[in-house]
Design a protein around this ligand. Structure first.
Ligand code: T5A
Length: 230
């Protein structure tokens, strides 16, 4: 099935996003999946948000340093949107149009969860930003890695060693519990696109669950899509 997709005519690549709380293992799993897809001769790139393009990486530095927070939640959300706009138009869409698979560490659901649910930015504002930044670009699959808050925070703390927590890692446990609920609600509201995977397991077990979701929902379920250019 994989080789058939790789050998087909001009098809759009697939867009897979990974979401979840701090330390849920997104980077770890994306790396494993990318290696597996590339080994299957499906040209795959890994990218991330905020960031993923030169312009967006500058904004990443701004927001994760906490400087965006000083501007207020709406303005901070605009910074994430500006980063996404650059990333989508210079990296994600061009890659998909060339048939490349794009694995993205966080995407619009992060804005819905962090700025929408936790920051109380109004849905109408988020909808307007999404119309501008992503238009009709929708992930073929969104993997939501679900993990108890305390374990995710412990993992994130262990990974950064003695370094200071970033803007969102520094939020309290109540914040991160609400965030977990927000992701579960996003998954429940769009079950065709989203799959929730228990990330409180060893790396190989989580990777196997990710692969099963991809195989069942993307590789075998979706027929090849023609490349469409706006
Ligand atoms: N944000 C982002 C918004 O507020 N709005 C937005 O619109 C967007 C796009 C980005 C921050 O920006 C916010 C959300 C974020 O707070 P970031 O630095 O990119 O921050 O970090 P995160 O995306 O939060 O990701 P993390 O770096 O916290 O962690 P990951 O990638 O989920 O986890 P990973 O793979 O690095 O693993 C963490 C540690 O756990 C170990 C790893 O080895 C690593 O040490 N690990 C495991 N250990 C045991 N068992 C497993 N199964 C493990 N998997 C990984």
């Amino acid at each position: 099935m994989i080789e058939a997709a790789a050998n087909a005519g001009p098809v759009r690549g697939r867009f897979i996003t990974f979401e979840g709380g701090e330390g849920s293992g997104k980077s770890t799993q994306i790396k494993i999946l990318a290696e597996r897809l590339n080994a299957a001769k499906l040209h795959t790139i890994v990218t991330r948000e905020p960031g993923g393009s030169p312009g967006a990486e500058i904004i990443r530095h701004l927001v994760l340093s906490g400087m965006g927070k000083l501007l207020g939640t709406d303005a901070e959300t605009l910074l994430f949107a500006a980063a996404r706009d650059d990333h989508v138009h210079t990296v994600i869409k061009p890659a998909l149009e060339q048939g490349v698979w794009v694995l993205c560490d966080r995407f619009a659901d992060s804005t819905r969860a962090y700025q929408g649910r936790l920051g109380n930015v109004l849905p109408g504002v988020l909808n307007a930003m999404e119309r501008v930044t992503i238009g009709d670009l929708k992930p073929d699959l969104t993997v939501i890695l679900d993990i108890p808050v305390e374990i995710g925070m412990q993992r994130a703390a262990a990974r950064r060693g003695g370094c200071a927590p970033d803007r969102f890692e520094a939020e309290d446990v109540a914040f991160h519990r609400q965030l977990r609920d927000a992701y579960r609600d996003i998954a429940a509201s769009d079950p065709q696109r989203c799959v929730v995977i228990d990330a409180n397991a060893d790396v190989a077990t989580v990777a196997a669950a990710v692969w099963t979701a991809l195989r069942d929902r993307v590789l075998t379920a979706n027929p090849a899509k023609e490349v469409t250019r706006a």
